[in-house]
Design a protein around this ligand. Structure first.
Ligand SMILES: Nc1ncnc2c1ncn2[C@@H]1O[C@H](COP(=O)(O)OP(=O)(O)O)[C@@H](O)[C@H]1O
Ligand SMILES: [Mg+2]
Length: 411
């Protein structure tokens, strides 16, 4: 385990020492009524599930701290311990300042009450005076974009509306420490952007932010440090890019293409660089399903190249070709002179299934055969994460409806 201490000069916001959490899960499946009856008199059997083991870390005041890990690794359990929703079986947790959690959908809300009543109640529970809670209501609702729904009972809210309300409230209660589970994944892209803008503002104000996420590009872009959980233990803690790389290795069995694969270079051209970016042009290594991916390839002509064509292939971790575009030609140019570089930027929609993808890229001559002049295997790679689809290589749009037909002969 690699441990990097939090910045020593700053005071601690969170101090976690030797924390353990074990769940007891009943192992006996009750099959029949008779068994159920006899079980009333036998001791139930439990399996111990050690969700967190020997967790030690600290977060400095004002840090933006990421928590990542595979499903079941213990991230939500850890956040709930930090939020005092669970109690640790052993160890200690100290938090300096007021905590605002946004952890589980709707937890803390009373679904029989309206947004207005819930903001008043929860605002007070998170430390505002009743007067403050009332006076911030408009801001909370405006950020959550729920202006038309303030008097609606929360039981009629969609999950997206609940997330927006929960997130907005968390950011408006003046808490020193904010704890956020993966809820953001529920929101749409424009709300997610707003959330990250809010994080940036809160971070600049010196609040401490702990964010559980699957989005490694968000970790790399926003976090000061991050922690990777694996099987209830800390696998890595430290610099965001190192943690993100380790996460990708654990999740997909390989590190991102740090060393590009086979490079075929001719005297005519070479692939200089290839990379993946998000829709803002920021380098990215992970994309939510449906999020647009931008590929950027830089090719240099070593000799004069007339009518060059550029291409790429996206393959999945099994090496299966997922997509290759039509040959791409230079816009408004016939040729590249020696030393000139062409930058190809391709925007691709992303209906991909969850997984790890690799990009091969090539440059050829339009008029001559298929053989590329230069080719680079695994020039870039990226991960797609999300929950759309249960298997396969693409996440197709899918909606289903069911009907039940009456048994034959019935009326
Ligand atoms: N309330 C609970 N009761 C029993 N087991 C639980 C409970 N909450 C979590 N677990 C188990 O603890 C482990 C860690 O879960 P969790 O913290 O939710 O992981 P993550 O958020 O990383 O997906 C999992 O094996 C999960 O099944
Ligand atoms: Mg979780």
């Amino acid at each position: 385990m690699l441990t990097v201490p939090a910045t020593e000069t700053r005071e601690l916001a969170i101090d976690v020492r030797g924390v353990e959490k074990t769940f007891r899960i009943p192992t006996q499946r009750v099959e029949t009524l008779k068994e159920r009856a006899t079980q009333l008199f036998s001791r139930a059997e439990y399996r111990q599930l050690r969700a967190l083991r020997g967790i030690d870390f600290e977060v400095a005041s004002g840090e933006f701290f990421g928590i990542v890990g595979r499903n079941g690794s213990g991230k939500s359990t850890l956040l709930k311990l930090l939020a005092s929703i669970y109690r640790a079986d052993a160890g200690s947790i100290r938090i300096a300042g007021r905590v605002a959690p946004c952890i589980e959908l709707g937890v803390g809300f009373n679904v029989e009450l309206s947004a207005r009543e819930n903001v008043a109640l929860n605002g007070v529970m998170m430390g505002l005076t009743p007067r403050e809670a009332r006076s911030r209501f408009d801001e909370v609702i405006e950020f959550a974009e729920l202006g038309e729904f303030t008097e609606m009972k929360l039981k009629n809210y969609s999950s997206g509306m609940l997330v927006r309300l929960g997130f907005s409230l968390m950011t408006h209660v003046d808490a020193e420490v904010l704890l956020i589970d993966e809820v953001l994944a529920v929101g749409d892209a424009s709300f997610q952007r707003k959330c990250f803008d809010a994080f940036a503002r809160l971070h600049a104000e010196g609040r401490t932010i702990v964010l559980v996420t699957h989005d490694m590009s968000a970790v790399e872009r926003h976090c000061d440090r991050a922690l990777l959980l694996e099987g209830g233990r800390i696998e890595t803690i430290g610099e965001p890019d190192g943690v993100a790389r380790r996460y990708l290795e654990l999740n997909f069995g390989r590190a991102p293409a740090a060393a590009p694969g086979a490079d075929s270079v001719s005297h005519d051209a070479r692939v200089v660089d290839a990379g993946v970016a998000d829709s803002n042009g920021e380098p990215a290594s992970g994309f939510a399903q449906g999020e647009e991916i931008t590929l950027e390839i830089v090719v240099e002509a070593l000799r004069r190249l007339s009518e060059p064509v550029f291409g790429f292939q996206i393959v999945n971790a099994d090496g299966l070709l997922i997509f290759a575009p039509e040959p791409i030609r230079l816009d408004g140019r016939q040729a590249l002179a020696p030393g000139e570089r062409a930058r190809i930027r391709a925007r691709i929609g992303n209906p991909l299934a969850e997984g790890h993808y690799y990009v091969h890229c090539a440059v050829g001559r339009g008029s001559e055969g298929q053989d590329p002049l230069a080719f680079r295997k695994n020039a870039a790679d990226f991960v797609v994460y999300g929950t759309r689809g249960f298997g396969g290589v693409v996440a197709l749009e899918c909606s289903a409806e069911t009907t039940v037909e009456p048994a034959e002969g019935s009326e």
